[in-house]
Design a binder for this molecule. Structure first.
Ligand code: GCV
Length: 709
């Protein structure tokens, strides 16, 4: 049945218009390599559309005279690539390789503009590719006034998008676990989807926001997915071939028990010689087929996935076995720290899921191989709209740590609600676990935390992983605005100190080209206003003050205040007639506050210093407890729920105006309109259910007498 929408895939942040500035100039590309060819092809594609020219002189072509002289407006050059036009050569001498002791690195680049020539230099082809997208972001500004020399290197070496795509359709989770954008771009019903253009376009988008790796399958590895490692390896290799021209490496989620599950060995014990040999052979076969393969991602002993515990072995034993198999080829193991008891008895007040990752993993600090990255969800629970930063990120100085974000909006509105997560992730990355002025989470995962980082290989850092929000939807992400979350994840992985609202503007500028007759400022201003505070808006009408998990069990969409209260999942709010919240203090609660270093161990411990937005995460308080804001907890619950809905009403109103002014593609406008209508309906449902629940529990009326049911 026709939906009335065009079938062409939306170009996201790389519409042809974004290449206008480059495409109308004279460009020289100097250097050799597959990624240099990609740069040339990108520029050539833009020139074909906008009338510019591109000359490619491979490095070998050193002697031919004249051709390199130009004139050129833009020069991309590998440091060792041979003669350059005079102006560019002078700049190259100043900014290029050798101008710094440690060079630009494998992906870094330097940019400058002088005397009418813009120059991008890199030591390696990947650097030129990232430099190309930097110039795209600059747009016309890349060809205006002089640009002082600036060197750009990614803060994190590993910048990975994790797909929870199933190969077989899972009976409950479907083709993509927690996917809200249609089917998988890689798999359909047990087979490869075979849509090479889509996968290539995706790699291009990822490179353009700064990513350099992806996993092709869900961390829950079942059925056919286990065989991607063995007899279905060709399917993985086909994806690797498609994404390689954009500098993206493929990683694979593997089943820890694969040798056993595939019926090849009686055990998967990581200390068993046969098991170890099996993995060595499997890794060798992978690298024979995919020489630039990135490595394995593993969810072990978590939510029913097999792991080393079955054999009485530790997570370090399990991870190191895989690391040893990958080490000869330079591969990495991403071992997930998302381990907790998912069969908890709700009557048991002593077990605290928030403590679990720290309790499991910190005793193993220093015991992981150098090519193991411990991948830690950013909060101690599970991607709630508000959580404190996971204390694991500050407690394993001798382990390579990665922080894991979730772009797929499992708990943040499932891509039906606008929820721009850049500000949330930026807060996490800027969080200073040892207090202001000390190392931040960003520096820990980048491996640059200094003294706090130990010496056991941690200095390499584990980088940033984001769970993908992409599917085979025309807009990639269901809600067109959810594209911004993938974009900002890449940009923050490259440069964690970027202002997430500046990144939002960058995404808006690239993605939305106002019609020639339109009012660009109205469009930009509206888009910015709809997204900039949308994470906090979502927080306002859903679970309050960091308490989390008031969602419907199973699909996790919509309010169900007690849905998880008496369940086995360890996610409780403990509301009764007197108060609400989880006592995680050392004095009277689960002791979770003690997992933080100072000053946070004490700041979270005491009501006087605990930040309002996390109050109910750390404390059980009476409804009349007064927040630092001056409001009581109960009044805050009411006020924020009403305010959140009001903000959504305002979003709807602003978006209607854009439609009336005809400023965006009508199909995109219609898609967003439909999603906003659902967001408003859902926000009202949240408001009414949460308010009514707490009014009935507490008996305290709203000070403003608004309607609560
Ligand atoms: C891939 C949550 C989600 C699961 C997900 C899990 C994980 O529990 O609900 O669907 O499984 O996180 O991160 O492994």
């Amino acid at each position: 049945m026709s939906t009335g929408e065009p079938t062409r895939t939306h170009p996201a942040w790389l519409p042809v218009e974004a290449f206008r500035a480059i495409g109308s100039r004279r460009t020289l590309v100097r250097g050799t390599g597959a990624l240099v060819d990609t740069v040339r092809d990108e520029v050539a594609g833009a020139c074909a559309r906008f009338g510019g020219t591109v000359t490619h002189l491979p490095a070998e072509q050193r002697q031919r005279t004249g051709e390199h002289d130009g004139p050129y407006d833009l020069v991309f050059a590998l440091g060792t690539a041979g003669p350059l036009p005079a102006g560019a050569a002078a700049l190259a001498a100043e900014i290029g390789p050798g101008s710094e002791p440690d060079g630009l690195g494998p992906e870094g680049f330097a940019v400058a503009r002088r005397d009418g020539v813009s120059v991008v230099l890199a030591d390696e082809p990947a650097g030129l590719l990232h430099g190309l997208f930097h110039v795209v972001r600059l747009g016309a500004a890349a060809f205006g006034a002089d640009i002082a020399v600036r060197r750009h290197r990614p803060a994190m070496r590993l910048r990975l998008v994790s797909h929870w795509d199933n190969v077989d359709v899972h009976p409950v989770m479907g083709q993509v676990e927690r996917g809200y954008a249609g089917g998988s771009i890689f798999w359909r019903d047990g087979a490869p989807r075979r849509d090479p253009d889509r996968v290539r376009d995706y790699a291009r988008l990822l490179a353009a926001c700064g990513m350099n790796a992806l996993t092709v399958n869900n961390v829950n590895v079942h059925g056919t997915a286990t065989r991607l490692l063995t007899d279905r390896l060709d399917d993985v290799a086909a994806i690797a071939d498609l994404v390689r021209p954009y500098g993206i490496r493929v990683h694979l989620s593997v089943n820890f028990a694969a040798p056993f599950v595939l019926g090849e060995l009686p055990s998967a014990d990581p200390l068993d010689d046969d098991v170890r040999a099996w993995w060595c052979k499997a890794a060798a076969q992978v690298y024979e087929r995919i020489p630039d393969f990135g490595g394995f991602m593993v969810k072990a002993d978590s939510e029913g996935q097999p792991g080393p515990a079955r054999y009485g072995r530790s997570h370090a034993d399990g991870a190191n076995m895989l690391a040893d198999a990958l080490a000869p080829f330079g591969g990495i193991v991403h071992w997930r720290a998302f381990v907790y008891n998912h069969r908890q008895d709700w009557r048991d007040r002593s077990t605290d899921r928030a403590r679990a990752a720290y309790d499991h993993f910190t005793p193993l600090d220093g015991r992981f191989r150098e090519n193991v990255v411990l991948q830690v969800k950013h909060g101690p629970m599970d991607f709630q709209v508000r959580e404190p930063v996971s204390p694991v990120l500050a407690a394993m100085p001798n382990t390579r740590l990665a922080v894991e974000f979730q772009a797929t909006q499992e708990y943040t509105g499932q891509q039906r609600h606008v929820c721009y997560l850049g500000p949330c992730w930026s807060e996490v990355l800027r969080f200073a676990p040892w207090g202001p002025g000390g190392p931040t989470v960003a520096s820990v995962v980048a491996g640059s935390a200094g003294d706090g980082a130990g010496d056991g290989g941690a200095s390499a850092g584990g980088g940033l992983v984001v769970v993908s929000n992409v599917g085979d939807d025309r807009y990639w992400t269901g809600h067109p605005f959810a594209q911004a979350n993938l974009y900002v994840a890449g940009r923050l992985a490259w440069a964690p100190d970027l202002d997430p609202l500046a990144v939002l503007d960058e995404w808006i500028e690239l993605t939305f080209t106002p019609s020639a007759t339109g009012d660009p400022e109205l469009l930009r201003g509206t888009l910015h206003a709809l997204l900039d505070d949308s994470w906090r808006t979502y927080e306002r009408y859903t679970a309050p003050l960091g308490v989390g998990f008031m969602v419907a069990p199973g699909d996790h969409y919509g309010p169900d205040v007690d849905g998880y209260e008496y369940s086995r999942w360890g996610t409780y709010h403990f509301a009764d007639r007197y108060g609400v919240g989880v006592d995680r203090t050392r004095a009277t609660g689960t002791g979770f506050t003690g997992q933080y270093p100072q000053p946070w161990a004490d700041r979270y411990e005491f009501l006087e210093t605990c930040p309002d937005e996390l109050l109910l995460f750390f404390h059980h308080v009476p409804y009349q407890h007064v927040l630092h804001s001056g409001s009581t907890v109960i009044q805050h619950v009411y006020d924020t729920r009403f305010a959140g809905v009001e903000q959504v009403v305002e979003m709807v109103r602003r978006w209607q105006r854009i439609g009336t002014a005809g400023l965006v593609d009508p199909a995109l406008h219609a898609r967003v309109t439909e999603r906003l209508a659902e967001q408003l309906r859902s926000a009202e449902e949240w408001r009414d259910k949460v308010n009514t629940y707490f009014l009935r529990k507490s008996g305290v009326p709203d000070a403003h007498g608004r309607r609560i049911y």
